[in-house]
Design a protein around this ligand. Structure first.
Ligand code: F6P
Length: 360
């Protein structure tokens, strides 16, 4: 009898640590005498099952230290669910059939899907349709409910902190205000952690719409104290109390968050006339080699996914809670955004550090 086969795919926007999860899965599967098939280009790989390839200990050696995903990913495509008028998400029958065929054609008995909230929503639909699915949460935004942290986040925080350190030196030289706009979508985890790690004076989050007058007052007070430079980390989803989130259109016509950093720059320039520059970190936060912490967490997530397959625990999502890797129901995890709560310890500590958070 051929060994049982496990499928893997990476869907949605990438982040550092995806390859570490893949390596963890391949290693743990080998120990359990399972084979691993990698489907390329996210869910699209299910529609083109002959493109799947066997992943072995030999052809994945060392990938835990590499950024990106060796399988490729798409964050659009046919499997992207759209909300219908009644608020539910459904996957067309043709795609469910394609997914079943991909399982059969490749003799795959279970599929591990590495994805963010949108991709895990699709995973839940496949699971509800009877396929054996395990979800592994992935995002630099750290906004998936039911897991305290996701791999990729630590690396992105390190990139923000590093950029903040570099910008501080030039800000000091020129007595400027330097603004870094960071990703994170509708949550401020990345701005908050990256800002604290990078010694920011100001951190603006989507969860705390900022008061422009208080921001101006904070800057004037700092100027009066003779502060040489100021560093602000602004989440792409942040907004002024009096305004809305700022979006722009990409070349493909998508509406994307982005531009709040420039808004804050011109606010400072017009209200206090101080020289200010804005730098948007963009995809630098997602690219490159994962930190040691993300290599470890990624491989642990991979190992746990294989444990779930061995135990026949499908429809589960790997998660990290209270200091240990565990799992939760996929249905409980998706569609619920994990935001920075006003009473959270890290916010309180940021205030104690003297960081201005937009609300006084
Ligand atoms: O969700 C991850 C993320 O990096 C967000 O922080 C950001 O808004 C978005 O994806 C960028 O997506 P794209 O790579 O499609 O521009």
């Amino acid at each position: 009898m051929p060994p049982p086969r496990l499928g893997i795919l990476t869907a949605g926007g990438d982040c550092a640590g995806l390859n570490a999860v893949i390596r963890g899965i391949v290693c743990a599967a080998a120990k359990s005498n399972m084979e691993v098939m990698g489907f390329p280009e996210g869910y699209e790989g299910l529609v083109n099952p002959s493109a799947a390839r066997v992943l072995t200990l030999a052809n994945t050696q060392g990938i835990e230290a590499q950024g990106g995903t060796i399988l490729g990913s798409t964050n659009k495509g046919r499997f992207q669910l759209r909300r219908s008028a009644d608020g539910t998400f459904t996957l067309p029958d043709s795609l469910l059939r394609a997914a079943r065929q991909a399982f059969d054609q490749n003799r795959v008995s279970a599929l591990v899907i590495l994805g963010g909230d949108g991709s895990l929503r699709t995973a839940l639909q496949l699971s509800r349709a009877g396929l054996r699915i395990i979800g592994v949460p992935k995002t630099i935004d750290n906004d998936i409910e039911s897991t305290d942290v996701t791999f990729g986040f630590d690396t992105a925080v390190a990139r923000v902190a590093d950029a903040a350190g570099n910008l501080r030196t030039t800000a000091d030289s020129h007595r400027r205000v330097l603004i870094i706009e960071v990703m994170g979508r509708h949550t401020g985890w990345l701005a908050l952690h990256g800002g604290i790690a990078g010694g920011a004076d100001i951190i603006l989050l989507p969860e705390i719409p900022f008061d422009s007058d208080l921001l101006v007052k904070f800057l004037k007070d700092a100027e009066r104290r003779g502060t040489r430079s100021l560093l602000a980390v602004v989440a792409e989803g942040a907004r002024a109390r009096s305004g809305r989130q700022i979006r722009h259109r990409t070349s493909s016509g998508d509406s994307r968050l982005g531009g709040i950093g420039n808004f804050v720059e011109s606010l400072i320039a017009t209200r206090i006339g101080r020289e200010t520059r804005c730098c948007s970190l963009g995809h630098l936060q997602r690219g490159g080699a994962p930190t040691a912490a993300d290599r470890i967490l990624g491989q642990q997530f991979g190992v746990h996914a294989v444990e779930l397959v061995r135990e026949g625990m499908f429809g589960r999502m790997v998660s990290f809670r209270f200091g240990a890797v565990t799992d939760v129901s996929l249905a409980d995890a998706v569609n619920r955004r994990r935001a920075v709560l006003p009473e959270s310890q890290i916010l309180r500590h940021a205030r104690s550090l003297g960081v201005f958070l937009g609300d006084g």
